[in-house]
Design a binder for this molecule. Structure first.
Ligand SMILES: NC(=O)c1ccc[n+]([C@@H]2O[C@H](COP(=O)([O-])OP(=O)(O)OC[C@H]3O[C@@H](n4cnc5c(N)ncnc54)[C@H](OP(=O)(O)O)[C@@H]3O)[C@@H](O)[C@H]2O)c1
Length: 243
């Protein structure tokens, strides 16, 4: 039988966890279409994907462009076999100081965009009778955190979405899962001051941060045939911070 190369769409593939996932997918022989909000990000993606994929500008705040970009991918005759919803933002403030924009942008990028992007790929996956949807949530979606009501709400909102979608497409050979990391050493947490950093670290039984590659290894497993009977789940990866 002809071995057709699979394609993965990875949002936020220019750095951090998304880049680590993309590099490991390519190592597995999977083509990667990676997104970034900037031209420089697309350049980074093009540099590491080489002939195994390409970068695409995508800002998840712009819901109409999500549909357009995915249409563009299908027009170029690529299928999307694996969808990795990785891109995410935080904008931390106590509720008393948080404004409408900070709430709405975080919900839009971390939660609402998943609706638009999943909707844009699901028909094709159903038609092919196979597919993988894996979304990066966060331990904060499960335990909450002071100063992160927008982030926490956006990440826990993903749970109901993924369980429901998993039920809708389980009989079509499509699995839908969440990976929920604890603290991972990327630019995402570079604004943490030393006091907060030490406080967080004291809550991690393994006494260290996670590495992007460790999160990527779990995502690679979920995207593989070895994970074909896992759906509707959250897989926690946090050094014991939350069990
Ligand atoms: N690091 C942690 O401790 C940690 C813990 C738990 C969960 N997570 C989750 O892991 C995921 C990846 O985070 P990371 O640690 O790798 O952070 P990161 O290095 O800061 O990367 C964030 C990614 O999100 C993309 N992004 C930001 N705003 C976007 C927008 N409006 N539209 C589209 N893409 C956008 C960025 O693209 P551009 O650079 O091109 O803007 C970037 O690629 C996020 O969902 C985050 O919530 C991280």
């Amino acid at each position: 039988m002809k071995n057709i190369q699979k394609t993965a769409l990875v949002t936020g593939a220019n750095k951090g966890i998304g880049k680590a996932i993309s590099i490991k997918l390519i190592e597995k022989g999977i083509r990667v279409i990676g997104t970034s909000t900037t031209k420089n990000g697309v350049k980074i993606i093009n540099e590491y994907t080489k002939k195994n994929g390409f970068g695409l500008i995508l800002d998840l705040r712009d819901t109409s462009s999500i549909q357009e970009k995915i249409k563009e991918i299908y027009t170029k005759k690529y299928s999307i076999d694996i969808l990795i919803n990785n891109a995410g933002v935080k904008s931390d403030k106590l509720l008393v100081h948080m404004n409408k924009q900070e709430w709405e942008d975080t919900i839009k990028i971390n939660l609402s965009s998943i609706f638009y992007i999943s909707k844009a790929v699901i028909r094709s996956m159903i038609k092919k009778k196979e597919g993988r949807i894996i979304t990066i949530s966060s331990v904060i979606g499960y335990i909450g955190n002071k100063g992160q009501i927008n982030y926490s709400a956006s990440k826990s909102g993903l749970i109901g979405f993924h369980k429901s979608l998993a039920l809708e497409v389980a009989s079509k050979g499509i699995t839908v899962n969440i990976v929920a990391p604890g603290l991972v050493e990327t630019d995402f947490i570079k604004d943490l001051n030393i006091v907060k950093y030490k406080k967080y670290l004291s809550n991690i039984p393994m006494k260290r941060l996670g590495q992007a590659e460790e999160i990527a290894d779990l995502v690679i497993f979920l995207s593989s045939n070895n994970a074909s009977y896992i759906t509707g789940q959250t897989l926690h990866i946090n050094g014991g911070m939350y069990m």
